[in-house]
Ligand binder design. Structure first.
Ligand SMILES: [Zn+2]
Length: 192
């Protein structure tokens, strides 16, 4: 019995040792990521994420979580699962909506008055994401970049509408205070 228990303890220990490095990767934020985030103030991060969230909301989407917590591996905006452009019935519309959602971070940061280098640094990953999604639909990079440029002023006009900018503002301010907002708090802020 004793040796059996010892053997099983050893197996468990080995299993834990194997799992630990993986868990570390998931729960820790890399130094590279922290260095990247260090160029933004909390307000920069909050307006960028609030821009994504409000455009997603205006397109009928649901947001599950928003975070500007720097040590949070899930920092950013997390929408409820929805079909990707490839899975959607109307691919082109779904791609346009996705591009609009992705440029909205840059647009909100710009309207809020962030310096250009901060706006660009915040939007780089979003632009890469848009180009990747477009590629899945065989849309080449030049066309994807043209879509981004076309959506940019549309999203700006939309976010500059006073009722919509009020939503960005209150979501961003809420986020600066709380750092993380859950689905209920986001819904309450977007649907007063
Ligand atoms: Zn973004």
């Amino acid at each position: 019995m004793a040796s059996c228990a010892a053997a099983s303890t050893e197996r468990v220990t080995q299993a834990l040792l194997q799992v630990t490095p993986l868990r570390k990767e998931i729960t820790m934020v890399s130094q590279e990521r922290l260095d990247h985030l260090a160029q933004f103030t909390d307000e920069h991060l909050a307006y960028h994420e609030a821009g994504h969230a409000v455009i997603h909301h205006l397109q009928g989407g649901t947001i599950l979580r928003l975070s500007i917590e720097r040590n949070d591996p899930k920092q950013g905006m997390h929408p409820a699962k929805q079909p990707t452009p490839t899975e959607s019935a109307d691919h082109q519309k779904a791609l346009r909506d996705l591009v609009a959602l992705l440029v909205a971070g840059e647009v909100a940061a710009t309207i809020h008055g962030a310096p250009e280098n901060v706006v660009e640094a915040g939007g780089r990953v979003d632009r890469e994401h848009a180009i990747r999604r477009a590629a899945e639909l065989d849309v080449d990079e030049a066309t994807a970049r043209a879509m981004i440029e076309a959506e940019w002023p549309r999203v700006r006009d939309r976010l500059e509408e006073p009722t919509n900018w009020k939503l960005v503002d209150s979501l961003a301010q809420h986020l600066v205070r709380q750092k993380v907002l859950d689905a209920d708090q986001i819904r309450a802020t977007l649907s007063p």
